[in-house]
Ligand binder design. Structure first.
Ligand code: TYM
Length: 406
């Protein structure tokens, strides 16, 4: 973790608002902690709320709104109206999202991927999926390059198991496919000063020089298709809001390189199974990993923190608090797609009718089913994963782009 440097932040042209850390919460690409206030994040990051007007406009294209939009899990954006203007005038956009392969994938990571899959299916959009093995190798004292690359392959199985259309999905390993991104990354890097990078990411004198360059690598896929086809192509990035600092670099640089600024849509964090905080691999006992065996996942759920009261009598009388309860939030984010049933769970929880043990016992089989399905798809992905990395599918990409060669 790189602790943010407050002085540099207030000094920079990005200012304090651009990079949030205060006494209540910290949200950076490398650390999310404290009680997250999403309205405050919108203000301080300078993004826009996903309001009803925009949701109505999205609905015109998607039919019924995706559950993550209906429930405000995706809650903020930059330039989404602009993206729809372009789309409605006949311009297709590409999707871009990613994963830093530092360990096993957990359910939180899957949240933006499921939404990205929905967008890919609905808008028939091409997806570039970046695996930032360089970032994770550079940031972690304990990861060797060999282990990180093993994780790139392993995590790519989870990506494909999330259901993307393999014919229209291109995985990029920064280390193995560096030649695809490097030309764009150096162009980006030339326009980002050390003082800006320090302000946005909190780099310090002791930060290694690899990580100082890395933000240019994460910006590069925003412009990849435009660079290949030689004309501006809109790009939409679905991700949790912790990745936002990268897009500020990308958006600042885009007009200088004659690309469109990338559009973002931001989601909230799936909480961990402990008290407060997002699901984070650094606290593995509060995480459900996609590779967890059913018994392990069940045990984690049964030992989770809840919004319940100290005794059954008290809970029956006063009810529980679903809003601080990971069990309720797992239903809301992922496991109860029916809005009516979710509302009923919420009501029963608040009234004291539903006890936490009962709720855990009814959630556990849903989680186990999800994991079993996912693990089967993960196994199947082994047959196709190598062909999905961008260098091994140049021919496929050329065809998709209608080019002879690039
Ligand atoms: P990483 O591996 O930290 O996270 C992968 C994706 O999961 C999101 N995320 C979460 N979403 C909901 N609930 C959570 N508890 C949760 N934890 C993480 C992250 O926002 C991210 O979308 N540097 C990036 C990799 C990357 C990337 C990208 C991500 C490269 N290019 C483009 C998004 C878009 C990283 O380390 O992500």
């Amino acid at each position: 973790m790189i602790p943010p440097n407050r002085k540099a932040l207030t000094d920079s042209r990005y200012g304090w608002a651009e990079y949030l850390t205060n006494d209540e919460m910290t949200v950076t690409p490398w650390e999310v902690s404290g009680e997250i206030n999403y309205s405050k994040l919108i203000k301080q990051f300078g993004t826009q709320p996903l309001d009803n007007e925009l949701l109505k406009r999205i609905k015109k294209h998607t039919g019924e709104l995706h559950v993550q939009l209906r429930r405000g899990i995706f809650f903020s954006h930059r330039d989404f109206n602009w993206l729809l203007d372009r789309y409605e005038s006949g311009e297709k956009f590409i999707l871009y999202t990613g994963r830093g392969p530092s360990g096993n994938v957990h359910l939180g990571h899957v949240i933006p991927w499921l939404f990205t899959k929905h967008l890919q299916d609905t808008f028939k959009a091409r997806l570039y999926f970046q695996l930032t093995d360089d970032e994770k190798f550079l940031m972690s004292q304990n990861l060797s390059l060999k282990d990180t690359l093993r994780l790139t392959y392993d995590n790519a199985l989870d990506v494909l198991a999330s259901g993307f259309d393999v014919k229209n999905t291109f995985l990029i390993s920064d280390v193995k496919n560096s030649q695809t991104l490097y030309k764009i990354a150096v162009e980006v890097a030339k326009h980002v000063t050390y003082s800006t990078a320090k302000a946005v990411f909190g780099f310090k004198e002791s930060s290694n020089i690899g990580i100082l360059f890395f933000p240019a690598m994460q910006a590069a896929p925003c412009f990849l298709e435009s660079a290949i086809v030689g004309k501006k192509v809109p790009c939409l990035i679905p991700a949790a809001i912790d990745q936002d600092p990268y897009w500020r670099i990308a958006r600042d640089t885009a007009p200088k390189l004659n690309y469109y600024k990338p559009t973002q849509i931001h989601c909230k964090f799936l909480p961990g199974l402990g008290k407060g905080g997002k699901m984070s691999s650094s606290i593995p006992e509060t995480c459900i990993f996609t590779t967890d065996k059913p018994k392990v996942a069940e045990k984690k759920i049964m030992s989770a923190f809840t919004g319940g009261k100290a005794t059954i009598q008290e809970q029956r009388k006063l009810g529980a608090d679903p809003y601080i309860c990971p069990i309720y939030h797992y239903e809301r984010f992922l496991f109860e797609p029916d809005d009516g049933k979710l509302a009923e769970l919420e009501r029963r929880c608040k009234s004291g009718e539903l006890l936490c043990g009962e709720h855990k016992s009814s959630l556990a089989p849903k989680v186990v089913k999800f994991l079993k399905d996912h693990q089967e798809k993960r196994e199947k992905a082994k047959d196709v994963v190598s062909d999905c990395f961008i260098n091994s599918c140049d021919e496929k990409l050329q065809k998709a782009l209608g080019l002879e060669r690039f």
